[in-house]
Write a new protein. Structure first.
Length: 266
C-alpha cells in the first residue's frame, strides 16, 4: 500500500552546514526547534512564517534557542536585513530563511496549483460520465420504443451503471485527496472520507474547499489541538462558519494564560 503521509525534503548535508554546526555546538534543541518550524510551515502552508512563541512551546525548546536561531540567521524577526527573504515579518512571528527556495512544494502557490489541477480533473471526469450516461439512456429509450431487445454486442444497462459508479468513485477520491492535502489537521482519514462523501450530498466541492482555506487562515501557526478533526468539521457543515477572529482556548488549559497565574500562586 502506498504511503499516504506528506513529506518534505531536507539537504543530506544539513547537519554539516557551517551555520548549523555553530548552532549545534551551542544547543541541539535549537536545531530541533528550527526543523519543527520548517515542518509546521510545510504542513500548514504558511509560506515560511511561524509564530515564534508557539514554535518554542510546541517543540519544548527555550527562548534562548529561538534567540540563537535568530542570531545565526536561520530565523528572521521583524526588521531583519536579509536581502533574499521577505522584508515584512509580522510582530511576534519569524520567517524561516530561504524557506520557499528549499520547500517549493509547500507554498500557497504550489498548493493552489495542485488543488486547481485536481478540481479540473474531477470536472472533466464528471463531464465524460454525464455524456456517457445521457447516450446510454437515449439508446435504451430508442430500443424500448421500437420493441427491440439488446443484442449481444450492446452492453446491458446494469453494466453501464456499474461503469458510471466506478468513474464517480474515482472523481470523489480525487476531490477528497485535494481536501485532505489542504485540511490543516490530518487525523481519522477513513472517517473523514465518509464524512466528505456525505457532505457533497448537500454542497459542492468548491464550497467545501473555500471553507477549508478560511479554516487554514484562522488556525495558521496555532496549536493543532484546537483544530477540529476533519470528519467533525465536515459532519457539522462548518464550511459556512464565520471567521471567529481568534482561537477559543478552554479555561484552565495549559494554553490559557490564567492557568500559569494559578500555578504560580498555588
Amino acid at each position: 500500500m502506498a504511503d499516504k503521509r506528506l513529506w518534505t525534503q531536507m539537504d543530506l548535508g544539513f547537519t554539516s552546514n557551517p551555520k548549523v554546526q555553530e548552532v549545534l555546538a551551542e544547543s541541539a534543541g535549537a536545531v530541533v526547534l528550527y526543523i519543527h518550524s520548517v515542518l509546521m510551515s510545510c504542513q500548514h502552508i504558511t509560506d515560511g512564517f511561524a509564530k515564534e512563541k508557539v514554535m518554542v512551546r510546541t517543540s519544548f525548546a527555550s527562548q534562548a534557542d529561538a534567540d540563537l536561531l535568530a542570531s545565526a540567521g536561520m530565523w528572521h524577526r521583524p526588521g531583519h536585513d536579509c536581502e533574499t527573504c521577505p522584508t515584512s515579518v509580522p510582530l511576534g512571528e519569524v520567517y524561516i530563511h530561504d524557506f520557499e527556495e528549499h520547500n517549493p512544494m509547500w507554498t500557497t502557490r504550489a498548493a493552489e496549483t495542485r488543488s486547481e489541477k485536481a478540481t479540473k480533473a474531477a470536472r472533466a471526469r464528471w463531464a465524460t460520465d454525464s455524456k456517457s450516461e445521457d447516450a446510454t439512456e437515449h439508446a435504451a429509450s430508442i430500443g424500448q420504443a421500437s420493441g427491440e431487445q439488446c443484442s449481444e454486442d450492446t452492453p446491458a444497462m446494469p453494466e453501464k451503471r456499474r461503469e458510471k459508479k466506478k468513474i464517480s468513485s474515482s472523481s470523489s477520491t480525487a476531490d477528497f485527496d485535494a481536501f485532505w492535502v489542504r485540511y490543516p489537521r490530518k487525523v481519522a482519514k477513513a472517517a473523514a472520507q465518509k464524512a466528505f462523501a456525505k457532505a457533497l450530498k448537500s454542497t459542492d466541492v468548491e464550497t467545501v474547499m473555500s471553507g477549508v482555506e478560511a479554516l487554514r487562515t484562522e488556525v495558521a501557526g496555532k496549536d493543532q489541538k484546537f483544530t477540529p478533526h476533519p470528519a467533525t468539521w465536515l459532519n457539522e457543515g462548518r464550511w459556512d462558519d464565520e471567521p471567529s477572529g481568534q482561537l477559543q482556548i478552554p479555561v484552565n488549559s495549559p494554553w490559557d494564560p490564567s492557568f500559569h497565574r494559578m500555578q504560580a500562586s498555588a
